[in-house]
Each structure stands twice: as structure tokens, then as C-alpha cells.
Design a binder for this molecule. Structure first.
Ligand SMILES: [Zn+2]
Length: 132
């Protein structure tokens, strides 16, 4: 997957409250690709739902020791998920779950129960344990 446009990069950061979705810091924010980068040589540019604001250290940890947590919180999306907007994400700084859209840099606060339902719809019952 190609790099996001500056507009998407900026919009994503603003949408996420200029804070890392995982640890809440305002420093060293990066564009976190929710789907693994580089799959199949796609030249598609990531949209708003493809990315999150995450600090450099957390971004790296999502691929390492925080991988499972990142999947359960929607910070990472399984690579076979075609539409990442179907997967909500948890925003640690506000303690809330949000649904995303590719239409613009917007997010909608949803109750945790709805987030669980969305996760179940995408991943099936195996997601229940972690998302609850
Ligand atoms: Zn962080």
C-alpha cells in the first residue's frame, strides 16, 4: 500500500484528537497503517479508515509485542479485511470506541456493545473474548 496523501495523514491525526490511540501521547505521532503495508504491491492510497494516529514506539509495538492487543482494539486490521471501516477502534485517551468512515476524517462514538457486534460481524465468535 502506498503512503497516504498529506490530506489523509493530517485529517487522521486531527480526527484522533492529536493523540496516540494506544498510549495517548501527543508526541511523535505517525500514520499507523491498520492493515499490513506492502501486501500484494498494491498502489492504492490509504483512506481515512486505513489509518490511525499512533506514536512511533506504539506503532512499532503493534507489529511486535502489542500485536494481539492491537487487533482486539482495532488498531490493526486483519489483512484479508477488504473494508477497514467495518472494524471499529478503541481510543485510549478518551476511553471510547469509535466507528470510522473512508468518506472523510470523521469518527462516530459507539457503545462498546456495538463495537463488539461489529467485531463479531467481521471476525466471528473468536473475537468475542478479547473485544468484550
Ligand atoms: Zn503511543
Amino acid at each position: 500500500m502506498a503512503d497516504p496523501t498529506d490530506k489523509v495523514r493530517r485529517g487522521t491525526k486531527e480526527r484522533d484528537g492529536e493523540r496516540c490511540v494506544a498510549c495517548g501521547t501527543q508526541w511523535g505521532l505517525t500514520f499507523q497503517h491498520r492493515r499490513a503495508v506492502g501486501q500484494g504491491g498494491s498502489s492504492l492510497r490509504p483512506g481515512y479508515a486505513d489509518g490511525l494516529a499512533a506514536c512511533g514506539p506504539c506503532n512499532a509495538r503493534f507489529e511486535a509485542d502489542m500485536q494481539t492487543l492491537a487487533l482486539l482494539n482495532g488498531w490493526k486490521v486483519r489483512r484479508w479485511v477488504k473494508d477497514p471501516a467495518r472494524v471499529p477502534y478503541y481510543h485510549s485517551a478518551s476511553g471510547r470506541w469509535y466507528a470510522l468512515t473512508d468518506d472523510g476524517p470523521w469518527r462516530v462514538h459507539i457503545p462498546r456493545a456495538e463495537a463488539v457486534e461489529m467485531m463479531l460481524a467481521v471476525y466471528g465468535p473468536d473475537a468475542r473474548e478479547g473485544a468484550a
